[in-house]
Write a protein that binds this ligand. Sequence first.
Ligand code: PLZ
Length: 435
Amino acid sequence: MDQPRIEQARKLVTEIPGPRSRDLWERRTRAIPAGVGTTLPIFVERAYGGIVEDVDGNRLIDLGAGIAVVNVGHAHPAVAAAIAEQAAKFVHTCFQVTPYDGYVEVCEQLNERTPGTHEKRSFLVNSGAEGVENAVKIARAATGRPAIIAFDQAFHGRTLLALSLTAKVVPYKRSFGPYAPEVYRAPYSYPYRGAGGLAESIAWIEASVDASQVACVVVEPIAGEGGFVVPEPGWFAGIAQWCRANGVVFVADEVQTGFGRTGAWFASEHEDVVPDVVVTAKGLGGGMPIAGVTGRSEIMDAVHVGGLGSTFGGNPVSCAAALAAIDVIEKEELVDRALHLGERMLARLTALQRETTGVGDVRGRGAMVAMELVHDDGTPDAERAKQICASCHEQGVIVLTAGTMGNVVRLLPPLVLDEALLDQGLDALDAAVRG
Ligand code: PLZ
């Protein structure tokens, strides 16, 4: 298919945001509630690879990948072609009404590629939050138990049950309760803050709820929105081990960490953990909305016929995009590329930490790298994180904040990003930090 490819170079022709984006912002404020936040108010005209072009003709380097979604790059030609081809055949039937093979094939891919060689089943929904909700439903059905364990720093989505599992109050939870019952929270391992060693986390769990009442633990291998917090070695595996010992379903939320992002297909692999259930979304669809719930067949099959479903879940166009994206990750060796980009990012950020003040911690895995900004006394400096992001945005580089305290700047570029573009993005970040 003919594809309007955009030269992989930054180009700034107006201030950021430019006049056309500002006009659209006016319309946006009249049409859309303020509750929908915005990181960077440029309005997008098109995007390709690692470049996002706005309506004023500015071309920005993307170090955010739509929050870990376009791992294969924006509008990858193979993904765009698969979408167009499927759209011309049929766009929707509802898989529960009349099935189609793309859905089956995506589930086969998920069963094959997620950790573990045991017999698995998968089913498809539309978003990470919906995936998490369904993982909990399945775990409850399989165990007959009510309770769920989640952790500090956790983000699992914005629907009510998922939001009950999410930790951060502002902006996510404020004024939206009451929350779902039977959710218990334990400390997440946070080496920089010296919090949540394995023994402490398990002690918290056991002090909060009787293990025999726990259906599942829902946990991210790396806390994504929570600030790219990489747990201490052995922690994630230790929690999985506790689950096994207590008949608790171990649910890995790989929504943000999956599909090559961390330099493995799934981040659980870094800890040699085989989760009972894995939730995927984001990178799975190459930019199209789709999410998967994959688990041991005996757990997945515990649900009665008709107990799982969704009108749009596993939409045929999203499935076609997912199959193309998975193929691209494989053929373009993007899992290895994530490691390579990650090393480059870590090296630059580590130098910044050494040569400037206020960068308390630099951490990450693969192409999921962040720095935590702190005051002299070590307390979180969210204002500085915000300023650094704003400076990057002015320089035409999309970066995002994260962190339960909002004091983390995170980098998660498309895995196809040109090295030269990455370096320019890092130059902008460097300038922003050195101020
Ligand atoms: N689990 C680990 O990172 C989504 C949130 C964006 P959905 N993270 C981005 C926002 O402001 O809402 C996420 C995640 C992890 C679940 C989710 C939820 O995925 O597809 O946004 O529902």
